[in-house]
Design a protein around this ligand. Structure first.
Ligand code: C2E
Ligand code: CA
Ligand code: CA
Ligand code: CA
Length: 279
């Protein structure tokens, strides 16, 4: 069955039955993996398509089992959310990514930005702001080079809490982007009220971009919406030159995708950056 990232409860009840055993096993395995440091981060560069310059990267979580098997985040993040493990894992992700940002700055990449995914359960946790504040203090990461990616669906759950939390995040100086934009329409009306900096066009809409059917594409509409609201726009999942060209015609100049770079290990990111340009 297809997993539902939105709500652990709904997710679990919908999948009740033969699969539940498997899920519980996976939950225990995930907890053990986290404790035994089997989780790690990879970093996918974000590019200015006009110049080819890397502006930053998005941190993405990976799980490699003892047997060397990779379990995709789409499979284990919903379980981490349901079990509440995401709070500890998410905090570890945040700190690890901030430390990497600080390291990259120390070797000369002083304009580099780090984007970090934050899930619903993590975000709505009463101690979230405190742990964000502490992570910034402990790592000495500059907040203006940090971006939190939240999803549209969070806005639907509890708009008032979201508005309040986003405001607090902005006061710390941290940037906010809306991930997978366009996949959860209902929050569109809230968008104006939300203190966000950037929209990420979901990879499904980038994938939809066709050679000559560019009129009326959803990607184009999102770019226009973002421009009207004065937001930065980045496209994810850019896989070829045609998509890159079309997005730029629309007015979207930032991109992330296999066409430019796959998610890279910590070491590979450092090497990749050094091979491109001296800082
Ligand atoms: P996402 O935030 O939308 O991340 C983008 C996904 O698209 C990543 O998959 C990335 O590897 C993939 N991708 C990037 N470029 C391309 C491309 O050109 N073509 C294709 N086909 N795919 C591309 P990944 O790493 O498997 O992550 C899946 C999802 O898991 C993420 O979607 C995010 O929702 C979640 N996730 C990953 N890491 C974390 C984390 O640390 N915390 C939380 N809460 N969620 C995470
Ligand atoms: Ca993301
Ligand atoms: Ca995304
Ligand atoms: Ca996506």
């Amino acid at each position: 069955a297809k997993t539902n990232q939105r709500g652990g409860y709904e997710y679990f009840t919908r999948n009740m039955g033969v699969e539940i055993r498997e899920r519980v096993l996976l939950m225990h395995a995930l907890r053990a993996a986290f404790e035994h440091e089997r989780l790690f981060l990879v970093y996918q560069p974000q590019i200015d398509m006009r110049t080819g310059k890397a502006l930053g990267a998005e941190a993405l979580l990976r799980w490699r089992t003892d047997e060397g098997k990779f379990i995709p985040p789409d499979q284990f993040i919903p379980i981490a959310e349901y079990s509440g493990l995401i709070v500890d894992i998410g905090e570890w992700v945040l700190r690890s990514a901030l430390y990497e940002l600080v390291h990259l700055r120390s070797i000369g990449y002083t304009e580099f930005q780090m984007a970090i995914n934050v899930s619903q359960a993590q975000f709505s946790h009463p101690l979230f702001m405190q742990s964000l504040h502490k992570a910034l203090q402990d790592t000495k990461a500059p907040p203006e080079f940090v971006e939190l990616e939240i999803t549209e669906s969070m806005a639907m759950k509890d708009p008032d809490l979201l508005i309040k939390t986003l405001h607090q995040i902005k006061q710390l100086g941290v940037n906010i982007s809306i991930d997978d934009f366009g996949t959860g329409f209902s929050s569109l009306s809230h968008l104006q009220k939300l203190d966000v900096d950037k929209l990420k066009i979901d990879r499904a809409f980038v994938n939809d971009i066709q050679q000559d059917a560019s009129e009326g594409s959803i990607a184009k509409m999102i770019v226009q919406l973002g421009q009207n609201l004065g937001l930065t726009i980045i496209a994810e999942g850019v896989e070829n030159q045609m998509q890159a060209n079309t997005l730029q015609e629309y007015g979207c100049f930032l991109a992330q995708g296999y066409f430019y770079a796959k998610p890279l290990t910590q070491q590979d990111l450092r090497t990749w950056l050094q091979q491109r340009t001296q800082p």
